[in-house]
Design a protein around this ligand. Structure first.
Ligand SMILES: [Zn+2]
Length: 312
């Protein structure tokens, strides 16, 4: 009689295999959970830190922005116009070595796109010092109007509302004052070019004048709950009108005794006046109404009390 092994495992062996299978299943499950958690953490770490309502379309191409050593001190928001469609601007920012980008772009239909994280430096102002201390926002728009007919229909309510929300968030997040001394146009940035007497020209390296003389700063400040109060001032002594409330800022033009202006803000001993006169010519820019407003020493002007006004 021949004895052959039983084809059925013993009950003890079956139980051992069952336990091993269970342990293997639990281990595989734990490994899977850990992998998912790791990927989620990695994704969260890579996610850009910035305005939550923005659509992240970054990063900008290599050579169009730069990292910093540690957190940045941001005290300026600088507004631009793209001078091309939002899609074209996006393509330029995404192309490596174009040397240009912005943190945010606000389209005419009110979308906010982000290309550079707030704690990185975007190359938008044509002035490294101003790039390092600022957030750059491009408006899908044209400083002198679009096309031959100089169309300003790009300035939509949706765009302005989205811009106001973005600026409000940035000011709260980075501790930037909601003031025209801290929310400025590209046209206010000193150029790397200087006049014969050493004063810098304005508009950054290429002397840009965006967002343009038709950009309504007073409406923007009103929507930021900083509605300006207008005062009529008369110039007492010859003085320069400057791009920023700072004696070293670029000169836009000069003012003579007796000249009258509407003033709507004050900062550090300077008054911000509405300009409706040609700015000085610059090497890359002819004289013209490229500016909307500028700062004059408060000591050089006198307020005309009878002319207090509540509107533009
Ligand atoms: Zn610009």
């Amino acid at each position: 009689m021949c004895i052959t092994p039983s084809p059925h495992p013993s009950p003890l062996r079956g139980a051992r295999e069952f336990i091993l299978r269970c342990v293997a299943g639990v281990v595989a499950f734990v490994v899977r959970i850990m992998a998912v958690a790791f990927l989620a953490l990695c994704f969260a770490g890579c996610k850009p830190r910035g305005y939550p309502e923005a659509k992240w379309l970054g990063p900008a191409g290599e050579g169009n922005c730069a990292a910093t050593n540690g957190p940045r001190q941001i005290d300026l928001i600088i507004l631009h116009t793209t001078e091309t469609s939002a899609a074209s601007a996006r393509d330029i920012f995404k192309t490596a070595k174009r040397g240009v980008s912005a943190h945010y772009l606000v389209t005419t239909n009110g979308q906010v796109w982000q290309f550079v994280e707030d704690d990185r430096v975007a190359y938008h102002a044509g002035n490294l010092d101003f790039n390092r201390r600022s957030i750059g926002i491009e408006l899908e728009g044209w400083a002198d109007g679009r096309g031959e007919e100089r169309n300003f229909a790009w300035q939509t309510e949706e765009q302005r509302d989205a811009l106001v929300r973005l600026i409000g968030w940035l000011c709260d997040k980075h501790g930037i004052a909601k003031s025209r001394a801290h929310i400025i146009g590209h046209n206010q940035v000193p150029s790397t070019e200087a006049s014969a007497d050493g004063r810098p020209w304005w508009g950054g390296k290429s002397q840009h004048h965006d967002p343009g003389a038709r950009w309504d700063w007073t409406e923007l400040m009103r929507q930021l709950n900083r509605a300006p109060e207008f005062l009529k001032v008369v110039v007492q002594s010859k003085a320069d009108i400057l791009t920023m409330p700072n004696p070293d800022a670029p000169r836009i033009c000069s003012a003579q005794p007796g000249d009258e202006f509407q003033a709507y803000a004050e900062h550090d001993g300077f008054a911000l006046v509405v300009l409706k006169r040609p700015a000085d010519a610059q090497p890359l820019k002819e004289a013209g109404n490229h500016h909307w407003d500028g700062w004059i020493a408060a000591s050089a002007v006198r307020v005309l009390p009878a002319e207090r006004r509540g509107a533009k």
